[in-house]
Design a protein around this ligand. Sequence first.
Ligand code: ATP
Ligand code: MG
Ligand code: MG
Length: 406
Amino acid sequence: LRCEASPAAQEASTMVSEAGMPRTAVVGVLGGGQLGKMLGQEAAKMGVALKVLDPTPDCPASVVAKQVLGSFRDREAVQQFAKDCDVLTVEIEHIDADAMQAVAEQSAVAVEPTPHTLRVIQDKYRQKQHFSEAGVPLCDFREVKCSKCAEGAGRSFGFPYMLKCKRLAYDGRGNAVVSSEEGIAAAVEALGGYEAGLYAEKWVPFVCELAVMVVRSRDGSLASFPVVQTIHKDSILWTTETPARVPPAAQRRVQEVAEQAVAALEGAGVFGVETFLLPDGSVQLNEVAPRPHNSGHYTIEACSSSQFEAHLRAVLGWPLGDTSLRVGASIMLNILGEAEGEEGERRAHQLMARAYGVPGASVHWYGKAGVAPQRKIGHLTIVGRDNDEVRRRLRLIDAGAADAVE
Ligand code: ATP
Ligand code: MG
Ligand code: MG
C-alpha cells in the first residue's frame, strides 16, 4: 500500500539547491488556526516563507504568516492560493480534496500529503475501512444508515457503543454514546440524524490512550516522536504526558501500530496517530490526523525538533531531523475555554499567570477572536527531570489536571 511520491513531489525536490543547501521555499497551508500559527513560528526560524488560507479575518496564524482571506473548502480560492507556492499542505483535514487534486494535477506545486490521503481521513468510516483492509488492529465498526442498523449495532457490539459522524468531526463533536436501545433516537438526533452520515464503533474498554506523531519523508522513510499518554475531558484532549507511564513493550507496540497505519497512507508530512491500550496489552488504532496534532505540541519544548519543524522538513523533501526527547519528561495542558467572552479570558489568564511562575513551564496563547466554553484557546508545556517533577509542577498550576494525570 505504500505509494510513490507524486511527479509534482519529485519535481519539487529541486528545492535543495546546487550547493545542497535548501533555498527559501514558499509553503502554503490550508487553514490558519493554532496549528498554522505554530507552523509559522517554526517556518520563520527556518527561513521558510509560510502563507495560510483561512476565512476568518486575523486568524491565529496571521501574526506569523501571510494570510490570504478565503475558504479552504472553495476550489477556486485553493487553486488561486496555491499559485505561488512550492508546496501546498494542510493544518486541517476538512478541506476541499478535489481542489488539492486539481493543484497536484495542473501545476508544478507539490501537494503533501496527497489528496487521496486527505479524502480517506476526512471520512472516519472510510478511514476505518482503509486501515482495517491494511491489517491495522482496530475495534469493530459498521455503517449506520437507519434505526434497524443502529439496533443491529447494539445487538452485535452490545451497549454502550459509540455512534460517530463520518465527517467534520473534531474534539468529540460528532460522537455520541449509545447506552441502550432506548437511547438510540436521542444519540442519532444529537448527531444531526441518519442523513448526517453515521457509523457505530464497538466500545473500547481501554486502560489508557496513547498517541504518537509519525513523520514521513517524500521517499517514504518514517520517523516517530516519543509515545505520549493522553487524557481527554468530555472527549477533548486535556493533557499529554511523556514518557508515557506504560511498560516499554506497550510503547513499542503503539509505535508499530502507528507506523503501520501511516505506511498505509500516501504522502509526506507528520501524522498524529491516536491509539487505545487494552487490558491484555494489545493496541488498537483510534484515528489518524494527516497533519500536526494537539498530542504533539509538547515536541516544541521537549524534543530535539518539533512536530512543526518535522512537518515542514517532510513536505519540502528535506531530511527529517531528530525526533528524540531532549528533556527527562514533559506534560502538556490544553487551556480550554471555561466560560464565554471576558470571564473565559480572565480564567485562562489566571492559569497562564500561575504557569509563568513555574520553572519549566511555557505558555502558548493562540489569539483566537473569542473565548467560548470547551474551545482550545492555548496550551502550556511543562518540562522537567522526570515524570514526578513535571507532575509536581503541573499541580502548582492546575490541581484538577494534576489529579487527572496521577
Ligand atoms: P479529535 O479531536 O481527536 O479529532 P474526534 O472528535 O475525532 O477527536 P474521537 O477521537 O473519535 O473524536 O473520539 C474522542 C474520544 O472519545 C477518544 O479519544 C476516546 O477517549 C473516546 N472514544 C472514541 N471512540 C471510542 C470507542 N470506540 N470506545 C471508547 N471510547 C472511545
Ligand atoms: Mg478526529
Ligand atoms: Mg481523536
